[in-house]
Write a protein that binds this ligand. Structure first.
Ligand SMILES: [Zn+2]
Length: 346
């Protein structure tokens, strides 16, 4: 069922659907798909229309992960369908057959003979189901145990060209929720409400964030540092807590260790002092929040997407290569998280 999707996946989908696009191929088309056309006007007044829509829809018996996936695919929002496919709950036939059974009145005897699909059994025993081969490329989740850190998107960065020298953009902001709460980048100054809303959804208050790492000092990545008054803030060569500043020479090449799972590494190139955050043992394996070392997934195939913004292309190329060999998934500065294609891995 839709409600079983992890909060992190739901947040990524609703955040993207809330970003209105001219063709209305956002939450409004999904509302039409789901028979909510007459509610669109009322939903427009809401802060988070996509979430309101899906919260209502999830009370219906057809509210399965498969049906949401189908609706998004029908809308040609393959970007969002692939977010669902990334969920450990996803199998291509996902939940519809299981759900069809549960809505019938099944006698005790019938219950004993109902053969559950393998996917349901996997879920029952907490084993993650391998992904379908289409996305991501032949990725399998090996670990049945619970990951240490959850990847919680606060803002999903984007950048679209509006003509020469002009862009519409904001930077990705991500919370890693686990033994510590660690935020990487804080979006642009205009993302404040979005960040507060996303944090609340993940049950984390600003004051309970332990560390904030800014990958670099551009305004679309450091816009809301002052929300986190109790955090240790790491930016450039400074490790700061309130008025106490310590210098950490990242350029010596020694990672800054936050805990057993999280390290901050030096990955300059986009600017001269970029940092990336390596988080081991998440639901996606090792995730690297890399700031603008990577603009978006597409820049793997279209280097001009990052060349145009590089202060030192050679350095950036070098550090991109390093991160690609260590990460299972990368959160880029201006796009959604993507899995590293297999051929980059050692
Ligand atoms: Zn930047």
């Amino acid at each position: 069922m839709y409600r079983q999707l992890p909060d992190t996946i739901k947040a990524e989908i609703t955040m993207s659907l809330n970003r209105q696009i001219i063709s209305e191929n956002d939450w409004r088309n999904l509302a039409k798909e789901f028979g909510y056309a007459s509610a669109i006007e009322a939903l427009k007044a809401k802060q988070n229309p996509a979430e309101e829509l899906l919260n209502d829809w999830q009370t219906r018996k057809e509210a399965t992960i498969t049906n949401l996936h189908e609706a998004l695919t029908k809308m040609h929002r393959d970007d969002l369908a692939s977010v669902i496919e990334r969920s450990p709950h996803w199998t291509s036939r996902a939940d519809s057959s299981v759900e069809a059974k549960s809505t019938l009145t099944v006698t005790q005897q019938e219950r004993a003979t109902v053969t559950q699909p393998a996917s349901a059994l996997f879920e029952h025993y907490g084993v993650r189901v391998p992904q379908p081969t289409s996305f991501p490329p032949t990725r399998v989740f090996p670990e049945p145990s619970r990951p240490t850190y959850a990847v919680c998107p606060l803002v999903i960065g984007y950048a679209t060209s509006d003509g020469p020298g002009h862009q519409r953009a904001t930077g990705s902001s991500t919370l890693f929720r686990g033994p510590l709460n660690v935020v990487v980048d804080t979006g642009s100054p205009w993302d404040r409400d979005q960040i507060l809303e996303s944090l609340a959804r993940f049950g984390v208050s600003c004051d309970s964030v332990h560390y904030v790492v800014a990958t670099h000092s551009h305004s679309d990545h450091v816009g809301n540092l002052n929300l986190f008054q109790n955090a240790v803030i790491i930016l450039s060569y400074d490790v700061a807590a309130r008025n106490s500043y310590r210098t950490y020479r990242f350029n010596d090449g020694v990672p800054y260790t936050i805990d057993n799972w999280i390290q901050v590494i030096f990955t300059p190139g986009h600017s001269h002092q970029d940092l990336s955050v390596v988080v081991k043992d998440t639901e996606y394996g090792t995730v690297v929040a890399a700031g603008d070392l990577f603009e978006c997934e597409d820049d793997l195939a279209l280097p001009r997407l990052w060349h145009d913004f590089a202060e030192d292309k050679t350095l950036q190329e070098l550090h991109r290569g390093k991160v690609l060999t260590m990460a299972d998934a990368i959160i880029p500065g201006h796009g959604r998280m993507f899995f590293v294609p297999k051929h980059f891995r050692r």
